[in-house]
Design a protein around this ligand. Structure first.
Ligand code: ADQ
Length: 462
């Protein structure tokens, strides 16, 4: 046990995923909860509730070794900070999807205001020995706000999405402010070496004028920081156990029965334009055209619950997907077969892992993704004797680690269609070999490794 285990870990993210709150947790919540359950500590953030007045004081509940401290936010503040600058400006620029950027000065103001509110509310809960770990693009200015409020604890930041190179980042109003704010952290973590390199292109600019001291240490205005790569992982044993136990669930058995012996291709994503869902459906259509025999042997089940409803681009993608899946089903369906089962809702974690275990192929084809935990969970959920295969976008962080997946370019329909055909027809020996090598990587870079490496880096910065 390292020293860090004796220090309280305080994690801050936009949303706190309360136990049994329902809904589908995203990747950040799955990762943070995994890390916090092991280490113990406090998770601070938004409760999911909105108020007409000002933000509420923290409400604290304890479950096991984790304290959940949540605040409610004013409706307009939330709209501007979350739906506005965070998700209409930062999310698209971080995913290199500049056409989706919708900037409004009021949203930027709201983003700064809510970060200042987070700092004020959090300050009263902090103890001098706490290690502070801030998560994701919603809260980039938080360390700067905490420092202004007199907090001197070590503060780390982990970005769950990709970091854009300066040529993309400079497109957004406010980027100078964001870069200056990042200098207030002691440790900054990214998923991949590519993200780290992109960050370096930004801080090299005169606006920061960073000096690179050694491999990961950077001198910035006001001090030094460590910027490094910490690929997020999964709890491999938990996923394996859930997947095995789920075989007994009626929900899983009924789904398998309904396939009528066909091979299951599965996609599981939040309904987000970065996940490449329309392109995925079109690539699947290409598979059915190019390999007509596949029509008799495969079914695609796409599970995609809506997120960020109320943001125009998310409503649009939902409509587009309904139309595309409807058209493909209309074109190819038979009396006893529908090519795409499109579910617009989440599935609980255990049956989901059970679905993964019964699928022959996972389609993980985002047009950009920081890491992608679905790819990792799918591999861990497989039966080692007869494992399924992942068709994985080269534009995900996961592709840097899972090099034994079938790697494809999500923008190239033929490449994805051929990738699916390769995965379906792969020999059992080759699947087993690739599974073993991917599992070794998942075990090496698991959720414990992610958390301990980051917390140790933070501790070393004192
Ligand atoms: P997300 O964009 O949310 O995460 P991802 O990494 O795939 O993407 O994590 C999604 C998580 O939610 C997985 O654990 C998955 O099982 C679950 N999930 C997704 N859709 C679901 C559904 N329909 N029903 C039930 N469960 C579902 C962000 C970044 C990623 C990064 C993670 C973690 O965008 O790039 O990998 O954070 O850092």
């Amino acid at each position: 046990m390292s020293d860090s285990n004796y220090r309280r870990l305080v994690i801050i993210s936009n949303r706190v995923a309360m136990p049994k709150a329902g809904g589908v947790p995203g990747g950040l919540a799955v990762g943070v909860l995994g890390a916090l359950r092991e280490h113990g500590g406090m998770w601070f953030g938004w409760s999911g509730e909105l108020t007409n007045g000002s933000a509420s004081d923290p409400e604290i509940i304890r479950r096991g070794n984790v304290e959940y401290a949540t605040i409610s936010l004013n409706e307009q503040d939330f709209e501007q900070y979350y739906n506005g600058y965070s998700n209409k400006v930062l999310w698209p620029v971080c995913h290199y999807l500049l056409d989706f950027i919708r900037y409004y000065a009021d949203d930027f103001e709201g983003y700064r205001r809510v970060n200042s509110i987070f700092a004020t509310k959090l300050k009263s809960l902090l103890k001098p020995d706490d290690l502070i770990w801030v998560h994701d693009y919603h809260l980039i200015p938080l360390a700067a706000e905490l420092r202004s409020a007199g907090i001197e604890n070590p503060i780390g930041f982990f970005l769950h999405v990709p970091f854009p190179s300066y040529e993309a980042l400079r497109a957004i109003p406010g980027h100078e402010y964001l870069l200056r704010c990042m200098c207030a952290y002691d440790v900054i973590g990214f998923h991949t070496t590519g993200d780290l390199a992109a960050f370096q292109t930004c801080v090299r600019e005169p606006i920061v004028g960073a000096e690179f001291l050694d491999k990961n240490r950077i001198k910035v205005p006001g001090g030094e920081l460590i910027a490094d790569v910490f690929p997020i992982g999964i709890d491999v044993d938990e996923v394996q156990q859930l997947a095995e136990e789920a075989q007994k669930l009626r929900q899983v058995q009924n789904m398998v029965k309904s396939l009528g012996g066909r091979e299951l291709l599965i996609g599981v994503d939040r309904l987000d334009y970065s996940k490449g869902l329309t392109q995925r459906f079109l690539a699947y259509e290409r598979l059915l055209e190019k390999y007509p025999n596949a029509q008799k042997v495969v079914t695609l089940m796409q599970i995609a619950p809506p997120t960020r409803t109320g943001v125009r681009a998310y409503d649009d993608i939902r409509e587009e997907l309904e139309q595309t899946s409807g058209r493909i089903n209309g074109r190819f369906a038979e009396t006893n077969w529908v090519p795409i089962r499109y579910l617009n809702k989440g599935v609980a974690r255990k049956p989901l892992m059970g679905f993964f275990r019964n699928a022959s192929v996972a389609l993980v084809t985002p047009v950009r993704d920081g890491m992608n935990l679905v790819a990792k969970e799918f591999v861990a959920a497989q039966d080692p004797d007869d494992p399924g295969m992942v068709v994985l976008s080269s534009l995900t962080g996961a592709a840097q680690e899972l090099t034994d997946a079938v790697i494809v370019n999500p923008y190239d329909r033929d490449d994805v269609a051929d990738g699916i055909a390769t995965a379906i027809s792969m020999s059992i020996e080759e699947r087993r070999e690739r599974y073993e090598s991917m599992m070794a990587i998942l075990r090496k870079n698991d959720i414990t490794a992610w958390r301990t490496r980051f917390v140790d880096a933070l501790l070393n910065e004192e």
